[in-house]
Design a protein around this ligand. Sequence first.
Ligand code: URA
Length: 261
Amino acid sequence: MWLASSRFGAGGPTISAKQDGPERLHVRIAKSGLCSRRAAEKLIEEGRVEVNGKIVIEMGVKVTLDDEIRIDGKAIGIARHYTVLLYKPLGVLTTLDDPDRRPTIVRYLPDYGVQLKPVGRLDRDTEGLLLCTNDGELALRLAHPRYGIEKEYLAHVEGVVGEKALKKLRTGVFFEGRKSAPAQVEVAHVDEEKQITALRITIHEGRKRQVRMMCSGVGHEVKQLKRVRIGPFQLRGMRAGECILVGQKEVKELRKLVGLN
Ligand code: URA
């Protein structure tokens, strides 16, 4: 398991999208954060991409940082990617803009001059680990259930959870038209006096209010919810509101985990 890498203020940010040598044109376009690799291939096919003033429509062309790339005549930048881990406090919205001016995650994110977007979301009344990045490719894959990134939660629920409910949580709970995918569910603690059970729930999906829906679906309302892990990243050791830059090495490993190089 990885713990946090560099904390802000300790040596400045690490840039995670360093390019070592020539790379394929569609990869470079995707890395600029404009679109996915597949969409970049489509742009090339459509004759909308220029390299050093010449339209390129064949696949497999390699470019370096010295090549000037334009899409529909507009130059693309050299992306600097930043990936951070935020301990989202309770009461804070996972959005970059709230028309009602309620507290959002923006106040906790560092200003790198790029837009760091949250990967998935945590409800306002859920606290815990949230990954934010301007690496569009990485964000897309991390959010996709196909890549099976685990999200682990500590849920305090009403009542003492019995074996039947546990089995249902593990095998799948039907809500909003379909069953949840199999989940790992363990009892972390039971407080018989207060009639509260602490459950450790690990899921791969990211449906809206998923953990709450699963638990209420088996008759146990969630009283408190905290995300304690995303893939290899643990919340342990972080303070509410703290934001940590993920180091270059960890970003590389994370990209590998979702099939990116
Ligand atoms: N499941 C929920 O119910 N809420 C969250 O914020 C995350 C997962």
